[in-house]
Design a binder for this molecule. Structure first.
Ligand SMILES: C[S@@+](CC[C@H](N)C(=O)[O-])C[C@H]1O[C@@H](n2cnc3c(N)ncnc32)[C@H](O)[C@@H]1O
Length: 242
């Protein structure tokens, strides 16, 4: 008997509040037999795992996947390959798997690499994704501000490898969003001070999570320390709203 291969669903689960998952995402999440997510660190549950925990049933199998926080491409490929094989183990038995992704599945997500690795080694694999709330949208909702209005230009910088990129973006965009900013905050702060933009900037740490903190008045916070799960937004150009 030929077993029909299962489907891998990439489910966006939003930034922290379990209610931010979409109706479609929740329906699929509860209907699959296996739920995968990035493994937490130091024996703590991962963020996506914590977000979906109220929605899982005791009958579902869980599959934590190890994704190291490293830059070395060989080691990363090895980890993605290993994770892909863990997922394939279930798919080839005909079981559907949902991979839970914090924020949105297409927005700087590990899922993209996992899906690419699976497709490369198992071309028959079927993959579907469900979109969701990504961190810039979550943060602006928390700040009660629009992300952009009218014909404003938006720049999203996923990581700052050089301050030059920030200065360039501040030169042409009306709104600039910085991800992964915690490790370079002192340099970013200095640039914003020089350009007189500190009053127009906010940091939201762990948006929609119990530990959420909003920082404004950044001019008073040159030495602020905050988690990797933080986003800095700069409303460069004045508008009717900010
Ligand atoms: C690898 S990216 C993942 C983005 C995620 N897929 C999304 O849709 O937002 C990680 C970066 O996203 C931002 N981020 C993700 N979740 C966040 C949250 N709950 N609060 C604030 N920033 C968040 C942070 O800047 C973090 O360094």
């Amino acid at each position: 008997m030929v077993v029909k291969t299962g489907i891998l669903y990439g489910i966006s689960v939003g930034t922290g509040d379990p209610d931010l998952i979409t109706v479609k995402g929740l329906r699929i999440l509860q209907q699959v037999s296996v739920v995968a997510f990035p493994m937490g660190i130091e024996n703590k549950p991962g963020i996506a795992q914590t977000i979906i925990s109220p929605w899982l049933t005791s009958k579902q199998e869980t599959c934590p996947l190890f994704f190291p926080y490293i830059q070395n491409e060989t080691d990363l490929n090895l980890a993605w390959r290993q994770a892909a094989e863990q997922i394939w183990y279930y798919l080839k038995q005909g079981k559907d798997v949902a991979f839970a992704c914090e924020g949105d599945i297409s927005f700087y997500s590990t899922f993209t690499y996992l899906a690419k690795m699976l497709t490369h080694h198992h071309p028959a694999v079927k993959i579907q994704t469900v979109p969701g709330v990504c961190s810039p949208m979550a943060v602006t909702s928390i700040l009660n501000l629009p992300l952009t209005v009218n014909n404003q230009r938006l720049a999203i910088l996923p990581a700052l490898y050089s301050l030059e990129y920030l200065e360039q973006a501040l030169g042409w965009a009306d709104v600039v969003v910085l991800l992964k900013v915690s490790s370079v905050y002192p340099q970013v702060w200095e640039t914003l001070r020089r350009l007189n933009l500190l009053k127009r900037a906010w940091i939201v740490e762990r948006a929609n999570q119990p530990e959420q903190v909003i920082y404004n008045k950044l001019e008073e916070l040159p030495n602020l320390r905050f988690s990797y799960f933080s986003l800095l937004i700069i409303y460069v150009s004045p508008s009717d709203f900010y």
